[in-house]
Each structure stands twice: as C-alpha cells, then as structure tokens.
Ligand binder design. Structure first.
Ligand code: SF4
Length: 386
C-alpha cells in the first residue's frame, strides 16, 4: 500500500496526530482514545474495515457522538490474502483468525502512523479479556510479529504490562494510565462515566468471522475458489447462499431474500456473473458467480431454485404452467443471455452450506498444517476470539 493510498481515505480534523488508535467503534477503543486525549495528546482513531468487520458508514455518527477524529482504512484485500494463505496462528472457535488479524491491522496502522507523521500507536486491548488472543504471551507475540514493539502502547492495561518504549520516552505518562484486566466491564463503565460518555456501545458483535451463520457462507468461498477475493466475500454476505458440485466443478449462487438484498446483489455482480430473474412476474434476483461458463442444466436448476422463492411462480407451477426465467451477463465481447421455462424446485442439486461440515474441514486442515509444520500430530491450539 502506498502512502497516497493510505492518505486517500477520508481523515478527521486533527492536522498532525501524535497517536493513532486502532478504533473498532467498541467501548474499549473509545476509552483508549479518551485516556490518551486526557493527557493532552493529539489522537487520531483509525477504523479498519473489510467484508468481515468494520462499518465505515458509522464513522460520521461516531465522530459526532464521541467527538473523536476518526479516519478509515480499507484492509479488505490484505485480509483476504491472509485468509487465502491461511492464518499462521490458526482460526479461533469459528473462522476468526484473531491473532493474525491483529498483526495485520497493527502493520497497517504502523504504515498509516508513519504516513501521517504520528509517533505511536495504541489499541483498546485489555489483558485477559479474551482467553487466547489477549493473554500476556500472545499480546507480546502480536506486538513483536507486527513489528510495532517500539511504538505500541495498550493504554487500558498499561500498568499491568511491561513499560513500552512509548511510556519510557515520556510521550505517554504511564502513571496516568489504567490497569484494567479481565472480562468484566465494571472498570470500563467507571471510565465511561468519568469521561461523561453518553453513547456506550454494547459489547460483542462486530466481527462476522466469529459467527457461525456467516462462517458457513465464507468457508466454501475460501476453500472452493482458487483465488477468493474481496468481491467474493462481499457476495457471500448477501442473500441466501447455495453451492452445487457437478462433474468435478463447483458452482455458486446467491438469491435475494428481499428488495434490499436484490439491490445489493445487483451491485455485487461483475463480468461473467449472471443476473437470474423471473421473466414475466416479480420475484427475487439471483446471481450466479461466473455463470457465463455454466452448463445449461446447472443454469436451469438455478432458475428453478430462484423461482421456488416466488409465491406467484409456485402457484403458477401448481396450475401446471412452467415459469419463464432469464439470465443476463456481461462478457468482454458484450452482453449475453439465456432464457428458459422451469418448474420451481428445491430438488437437492443446490445445497445451502452448513457450518458443521465446514467446521470439520477447518479443523482437519488446521491439524494437517500443524502436522506438516511440526512433523507430529499434536493437538492444535485455536487462536480464540479477539
Ligand atoms: S474478532 Fe478476531 S478476526 Fe474478528 S476483527 Fe476481532 S480480532 Fe479480527
């Protein structure tokens, strides 16, 4: 990522921040920013986002509610590359690669910090808050592997951790930093009262990779596509997801559940994707990823499945009439389409991805990787939730 790319994201108002705080929008990151501001430091928050976490649309509201200077940074492509290569520290309970995620975010934050001329980085991490990724040894490993040991301070737990170079230099006054640890929120709530916060985010949520409902969508994308990218995971977030496997090839279909899904699906199509819809009556929009290359029976089955989510199409079929279906797509040579008549059907060719088989595949893959790395079939240690 170049400096100009880093600075192309909308920034806040602080002209020359001294500290860049990784900012999720959660209470801990708000408090980390506020305790540093209280010391008179110029703070800029950095909100990183991807298809899996972050909400850049919320930033204007957070700026207003919290009175903080908040910039945004899209880390999607780097995050997808990390997932494709598989996280070195493994996945947690679901599909959350928390340790690798934190390393990646801190590396990006350091580049941002240098680009804007700030002197140090901070996070809202709390010692012992998460059993795996916020243990003392893991916090130290993250700091080391991200290459930020010389510039990182974790203000909320600072007095429980070894003094960082940032504190030793005198830039941040260690004695005025909290000593929070553990999973409770009592001390954070006391700090929130101290700062007079009126908008206190509820804990948890925010990362789709920790949720089974989303992970079951992501795993087929990651494991079946040769080069899953940001646009693929954006599509995985939309509508109902279906996969089928025919003659050694995988096919992927998303079907809108409502008009909002349909609009988002419309926007998520790219060259070679088919928009599949009912020809003569209203109904959902479906997107077949790279359906320009699908065999006709697969396309027709996709049309039949999409039609099965239209009440009118199902009633029409009950009267013995087939339903007209169309598919449009763009190719480098121009637009192309397909038309057919189908009977709405959920006949089993297309399957919704389930979490349990995905989970077993993830565990087996992690075990195999660990075995290959160590030469012995030891039990793997998941990274856990952040
Ligand atoms: S839960 Fe884990 S993977 Fe998700 S954003 Fe937090 S650290 Fe990253």
């Amino acid at each position: 990522m170049t400096t100009s790319q880093l600075l192309s994201e909308p920034c806040g108002e602080s002209p020359s921040p001294q500290v860049v705080v990784l900012f999720s929008g959660g209470l801990d990151s708000i408090l980390a920013a506020r305790v540093l501001q209280e010391q008179g430091l110029r703070v800029r928050c950095l909100h990183c986002y991807s298809p899996f976490f972050g909400d850049p649309d919320a930033v204007p509201r957070w700026r207003r509610q919290q009175g903080l200077d908040i910039a945004t940074l899209d880390v999607s492509d780097a995050f997808c590359a990390m997932l494709r290569a598989r996280p070195a520290h493994g996945f947690g309970k679901v599909m959350n690669p928390c340790v690798d995620c934190k390393i990646l975010l801190l590396r990006h934050a350091r580049r941002y910090m240098e680009a804007v001329g700030a002197s140090c980085l901070a996070t809202g991490e709390v010692l012992g808050q998460r059993p795996m990724s916020q243990r003392r040894d893991v916090l130290n490993a993250i700091r080391r592997d991200a290459g930020v040991a010389d510039v990182l301070v974790r203000p909320l737990s600072a007095r429980l951790l070894d003094p960082s170079p940032v504190e030793l230099s005198g830039l941040v006054d260690r004695e005025r930093l909290p000593a929070i640890s553990g999973r409770g929120r009592r001390e954070q709530m006391a700090l929130a009262r101290h700062f007079g916060l009126t908008h206190i985010p509820t804990p948890g949520g925010g990362c789709r990779l920790t949720e089974v409902e989303n992970a079951r969508r992501y795993w087929p994308v990651l494991s079946r596509l040769p080069q899953a990218d940001t646009a693929d995971f954006v599509l995985a977030n939309l509508g109902r997801q279906f996969w089928c496997h025919v003659d050694g090839r995988d096919y992927w279909l998303a079907i809108g559940r409502n008009s909002r899904d349909n609009q988002a699906l419309q926007a998520a199509t790219r060259m070679g994707d088919a928009r599949i819809f009912l020809a003569d009556i209203p109904g959902p929009l479906a997107v077949g990823r790279q359906a320009a290359f699908w065999p006709e029976p697969v396309l027709a089955a996709a049309g039949a499945l999409m039609a099965s989510y239209s009440g009118r199409a199902v009633r029409q079929a009950a009267d013995g009439q087939g339903v007209g279906v169309r598919a449009h797509w763009q190719t480098p040579d121009g637009p192309a389409d397909w038309q057919g008549v189908v009977m709405p059907a959920r006949d089993g060719l297309w399957q919704e991805p389930l979490w349990e088989p995905a989970h077993q595949e993830i565990r087996a893959e992690q075990k195999a990787r660990l075995h290959a790395a160590t030469g012995s079939p030891r039990r793997e240690e998941p990274a856990g939730k952040a």
